[in-house]
Design a protein around this ligand. Structure first.
Ligand code: SDX
Length: 431
């Protein structure tokens, strides 16, 4: 816990209560209310947790005003440019960038865990072919506790380590299998001679009928997308994983809960929703109509890929993603992509509009990612599974961090009750 530098005084009905204030290494001070209910008999009220810190952490820091994102202190734009996803995974899990020897050992471990239990192939076949790949991923990842029961004892640090490696290694295999199953093609096994991103692309797009050579430009773009989605403080799905883990649930069940939460269009489902929105807009001349709808309080329409609870400036991941979109589309020979043209025109129109400027609504990570993924050949239904694949290391790192805190306890929020006070049951004849 951070040092207690000062206290705040809360006065209720003439009685004063001293609340410790902890100072972080970065970000706002934190008012410690853990003893508030015991001392003052009151709860705090913060639906959506707009002003509430649920934990202390050393993994990721976001400065929403500056549009800054750090992983273990390293800026996301430097990691996206100079590092690669498995090195970022090591950094997330262990806190420091690896030496060459440490990285080689880690990459070898992950590579050699990429296959899933052969019996799990049958599990996929219980789903309808037209099931959304996220539905399949939630089910299959949750079922992993039935196949890897030897790494579910969360009290055993060795089993926690094995479960971490298994989840990071097998998530691309499971996501690729969910995709293959949805298009009626045979599963493609992982290959140990390919790096993490190339392996995922190969498992998605190779077919037994002919050799498939992974384009290194696609593999680099894929790896960068994985890195940009790796972790993001206590977002909804990470908080879901932490809450599930606080009851002692096994890691596979916790990650399945995170996948389920990520699926929502306000969260990780926004990348699919954003591309569908851009296709619905169709061309730049239709943008004014959609901008007007986004501003209309009576219209539930929102600009998908815009706005963020924390960023009140550009999402730094969107900035990197936008650069990648230009590069990847040019290199893949997808010049003059009408969707990218619409996206850029929409971004310019929204940023020039006082409504979005005043509410500090900027493009977020989901605004450009779908354009790249579609250009790479992925259907929109695979956008959120790729987000889930990427975020697994963040969920796992936060899960490990919570379990390593001996003071951690089950999460159990209270409520502001506005229902009926006690009343007696009435027989149906008298109602
Ligand atoms: C992710 O938390 C994370 O870190 C998430 C994430 C991660 O890496 O884990 O970054 C990934 O989920 C990115 C966000 C993807 N979602 C979308 O792009 C969906 C569209 N965005 C919105 O639904 C919204 O901006 C949220 C959900 C992202 C944030 O919502 P908040 O913080 O609860 O803000 P809000 O809904 O209270 O909006 C504040 C105001 C409102 O207007 P008023 O009621 O104050 O008049 O801004 C308006 C909103 O109506 N607003 C929008 C808008 N987003 C907010 N208006 C139009 N279009 C939008 N996109």
């Amino acid at each position: 816990m951070a040092e207690t530098t000062k206290t705040a005084t809360l006065t209720i009905d003439g009685q004063s209560f001293e609340l410790p204030i902890h100072s972080p290494t970065a970000g706002p001070d934190v008012l410690d209310i853990r003893k508030l209910y015991a001392q003052a008999g009151v709860f705090t009220y913060d639906p959506g947790f707009t002003s509430t810190a649920s934990c202390d952490s050393t993994i990721t820091f976001i400065d929403g005003g500056k549009g800054e994102l750090l992983h273990r202190g390293y800026p996301i734009d430097q990691l996206a440019e100079k590092s690669h996803y498995l090195e970022v995974c090591y950094l997330m899990l262990y806190g420091e960038l690896p030496t060459a020897t440490e990285l080689e050992k880690f990459e070898s471990t992950i590579t050699n865990h990429t296959m899933i239990h052969e019996q799990m192939h049958n599990f996929f076949r219980g789903f309808r072919r037209d099931a959304h790949p996220m539905a399949t991923m939630v089910g299959v990842v949750g079922a992993m506790s039935a196949f890897y029961h030897d790494s579910t004892d969360i009290a055993d640090p060795i089993q926690r380590e094995i479960a971490s490696h298994r989840l990071i290694a097998k998530m691309p295999t499971i996501a690729a299998m969910a995709y293959k199953y949805s298009v009626g093609q045979p599963f493609v096994y992982p290959r140990n001679d390919l790096d993490y991103a190339a392996n995922f692309i190969h498992m998605c797009f190779a077919v037994p009928a002919e050799e498939y050579v992974v384009d290194p430009i696609m593999a680099r773009a894929m790896d960068r997308i994985f890195t940009l989605h790796a972790d993001h403080e206590q977002n909804a799905s990470t908080s879901t994983v932490r809450l599930a883990s606080s009851s002692g649930a096994n890691p596979f069940a916790c990650i399945a809960a995170g996948i389920a939460c990520l699926w929502g269009p306000s969260h990780g489902g926004a990348n699919q929703a954003c591309l569908e929105m851009l296709k619905e807009i169709g061309s730049p001349e239709n943008i004014p109509e959609y901008i007007a709808r986004a501003k209309d309080k009576d219209d539930p329409f929102r600009l998908m890929g815009f706005g963020h609870r924390v960023y009140k400036n550009f999402d730094p991941r969107a900035t990197v993603m936008k650069q990648s979109a230009d590069e990847v589309l040019d290199l893949l020979g997808v010049e003059n992509n009408p969707i990218l043209a619409t996206a850029k025109a929409l971004e310019a129109a929204a940023l020039a509009d006082p409504y979005f400027a005043d509410k500090k609504l900027f493009p977020n990570v989901d605004f450009y990612s779908g354009i790249i993924l579609e250009a790479m050949g992925f259907p929109t239904s695979m956008f959120t599974p790729i987000f889930a694949l990427s975020r697994t290391v963040g969920w796992i790192s936060q899960w490990k961090e919570q379990l390593s805190d001996p003071a951690h306890k089950i999460g159990r929020p209270r409520q502001l009750y506005l229902g009926e006070t006690e009343r007696d049951y009435t027989d149906i004849e008298t109602r």
